[in-house]
Structures are given as structure tokens and as C-alpha cells.
Design a protein around this ligand. Structure first.
Ligand code: FA5
Length: 350
């Protein structure tokens, strides 16, 4: 039995050295350590040993198991690091020193991702709406279940005009108008409301590598009978995989916004650092990209829609941050810099 255990240890070590993908590791674990695995089969023979031999062999079998488990963990770490490195290398980093073609104009990276997102949502039956940058307090806050003096207003300080209007702090400010525009076709003709509305937003806040005082968001809403969170997740995933043309790691965590219930934060793994942490993701490895949730009944009511009969989801995608991730722009402020030399690097994209 001692020889068999030693043979399993050596064979496992040699096989592990050859493995290259995560999926192969799981197959290996099952084949060696699983219920019907090689090591487990040997352990089943323990009963036939003499009482003196049993503890010695038991100890040896445990040592072999621990050895294989440790090697397996080392291998998993090595494969993960290699995959991350590959992912980082696949993102073309924004190189400010690269020679630029200034003979002809180019689309701004935000325009490029906005168009991509619009094309994806259009193909899924969404209409594209345009909305003013100057809005009323009612549109930006009150209609969204954020009354005067609500603490949620502190997160979205913006710039006010003398007549009491303001520069919109988020694209959600258009929600009420969209519900009112389409409520009749929803109620009378049974057509779902499916709309996206990209736009420039403004916030009176300090800037850093991932915050600007002027940035773009793209709001999306869908309202109909029986809309659920699964619909929301489906649309978000489809959009991200189309924009990045590959699988992107996302996580959903609870988030609070007075205009949705329940509310979520959808984060994507930072593509600048591959999830290790850098100034672009505030050293967390994740970038807050798209808060979302089920539209609050009060918000539907404010839009003239009966929340007893209809439900819906809403999301507020950070378009500027999406452009950063897509084009490997490390500092959000480069996007508003107006530097033709930097922006012209994207000329060939369209
Ligand atoms: C909102 O603005 C909500 N209106 C989003 C929403 C819509 C929630 C519908 C639920 C339903 P938030 O303040 O977190 O949420 O901003 C949304 C996204 O905009 C952020 O994830 C981020 O990607 C982007 N963003 C926010 N502030 C800035 C900023 N200062 N600079 C650049 N991007 C920003």
C-alpha cells in the first residue's frame, strides 16, 4: 500500500505539471481526490490492514492528500495569474505618445462606445431618446422619489441656474418624461416601454482618475407586465459581451437608490489592471459601472403608470467609464482634455 500511495503522489505531481486550464483542474481533482478517485479507492482498502499498520498508512495517505491539494492550489493560482496577464495584454492601452494622424478628424471614444451600445439595444427593440441637459428639480429628484432634503441629494450636487433649473446630475432625470411619452401606448396598445437615453451629466464634485465633473451616462428602462430582475440581467450581460467582444467578469451587489427597489450595483473587473487594483479602480480591482434595479412603484405612479399592473427595470450605465475600460484610458480626465493628438488614436476604429 505504501508503494501505491507513493506512486499516486508521483503520478499526480507529474500530471498536474502538464495542466494548462482551470477546467482541467476540476477533472483532475475528481479523478484523484473525488469520491471514486484513485486516492479514495486506496483509502477504502484501509480496513484490510492490521491494527498496527493502519495508523501508519492512514498518516501517509493524509500526507499524500495534503501534498496533492497544495500542488492543486499552486497550479490554480498559476493558471489564474496567466489568464489575467493574457487579459491585460489583450486591452490596447491608451498611449499618449503614439503618433497620431491629425490630417482627418476622428470620433471621440465616448461617441464610439455610445454608438456601440445604441446598436446593441436597438437590435433588442429599444428606442433611443434624446433629452435636455437642463432639467427641473422635479425631473431630476422629486419624480424619482427623492424629495427636498433627502440625503440621496448629497451624492449628486450639481450646478444650478438662477431660474431654479439645474444641469442634470444623472440621466434618470429623463425617466418621468419617457414614461409620460409612452404610457398611452403601454396601457392602450399593450406595447412595452423599451427605451435608452444617453446624455451628458454634471456633478459638483472633486475630480480624480475615475471621477469627472462632466461625464456621460446611458439610462435604460423597460416597463411591461411581469418584468423581473432576470430580464435586467439578460440585457446587461448581452450589452457588455457585445461591447467588449469577450466575456467580462461582473458582480452584482446590493445598492441603494430611492428610485429603485430592490437596487443593485453592477461592477466589472477593472480591465486596466486586470483586477489587481490601480488608481483607475480606486485600488479595488472592480469598477462601478452600472447601477440598476426594479423601478420603484412611486416612480411609476409619478409617470402615470399603475404599479399594481406594471413592473419595470432601470439602469444607469456609466458611458465614460465604459469608454475608459474599452480603450484602456487610465485617467478619465484625458477624455475631456480635448487633446486631438490623444483622441486621434481612435480614428481607425470606425
Ligand atoms: C446614478 O446616477 C443613478 N441615476 C443610476 C441608476 C439608474 C440607478 C437607474 C438605478 C436605476 P451613480 O451616481 O452611481 O447612479 O452613477 C451611475 C454611474 O455613472 C456610475 O456607476 C459611474 O459609472 C458613472 N459616474 C457617476 N459619477 C461619475 C463621475 N463623477 N465621473 C464619471 N462617471 C461617473
Amino acid at each position: 500500500m505504501k508503494d501505491k500511495l507513493e506512486a499516486i503522489r508521483r503520478k499526480a505531481e507529474a500530471e498536474l505539471a502538464e495542466l494548462k486550464e482551470q477546467s482541467q483542474l476540476e477533472n483532475f481533482r475528481i479523478a484523484v481526490l473525488g469520491k471514486k478517485g484513485e486516492l479514495t479507492s486506496i483509502l477504502k482498502m484501509m480496513g484490510s490492514l492490521s491494527p498496527e499498520e493502519r495508523p501508519v498508512m492512514g498518516q501517509m495517505a493524509n500526507d499524500v492528500r495534503t501534498f496533492i491539494e497544495e500542488k492543486l492550489q499552486e497550479k490554480a493560482k498559476e493558471i489564474k495569474e496567466r489568464e489575467m496577464q493574457k487579459e491585460i495584454e489583450s486591452v490596447p492601452l491608451f498611449d499618449v505618445s503614439a503618433p497620431a494622424n491629425l490630417d482627418r478628424g476622428s470620433y471621440h471614444p465616448i461617441t464610439l462606445v455610445q454608438r456601440q451600445c445604441e446598436a446593441v439595444f436597438k437590435s433588442m427593440g429599444f428606442t433611443i431618446e434624446n433629452y435636455s441637459e437642463i432639467v427641473t428639480d422635479y425631473e431630476c429628484f422629486e419624480a424619482l422619489n427623492i424629495p427636498k432634503h433627502h440625503p440621496a441629494r448629497d451624492m449628486q450636487d450639481t450646478y444650478y441656474l438662477e431660474n431654479g433649473q439645474l444641469l442634470k446630475s444623472h440621466t434618470s432625470a429623463a425617466q418621468n418624461a419617457i414614461y409620460r411619452k409612452y404610457r398611452d401606448s403601454l396601457v392602450n396598445d399593450g406595447l412595452p416601454i423599451k427605451a435608452i437615453f444617453p446624455g451628458r451629466c454634471f456633478r459638483n464634485e472633486a475630480t480624480d482618475a475615475c471621477h469627472e465633473n462632466t461625464f456621460f451616462q446611458m439610462e435604460g428602462v423597460m416597463v411591461d407586465k411581469n418584468i423581473s430582475i432576470s430580464n435586467l440581467i439578460y440585457f446587461m450581460k448581452t450589452m457588455l459581451s457585445e461591447v467588449f467582444q469577450k466575456d467580462i467578469k461582473v458582480r452584482l451587489r446590493p445598492g441603494f437608490f430611492p428610485f429603485v427597489e430592490p437596487g443593485f450595483e453592477l461592477d466589472i473587473s477593472c480591465l486596466i489592471c486586470g483586477g489587481d487594483g490601480c488608481p483607475s479602480c480606486k485600488h479595488s480591482g472592480w469598477l462601478e459601472l452600472c447601477p440598476c434595479g426594479m423601478i420603484h412603484p412611486e416612480v411609476l405612479k409619478a409617470g402615470g403608470i399603475d404599479p399594481e399592473e406594471y413592473t419595470g427595470f432601470a439602469f444607469g450605465l456609466g458611458l465614460t467609464r465604459l469608454a475608459m475600460m474599452k480603450y484602456g484610458v487610465k485617467d478619465i480626465r484625458d477624455l475631456n482634455s480635448g487633446s486631438l493628438k490623444s483622441l486621434a488614436q481612435f480614428t481607425d476604429d470606425e
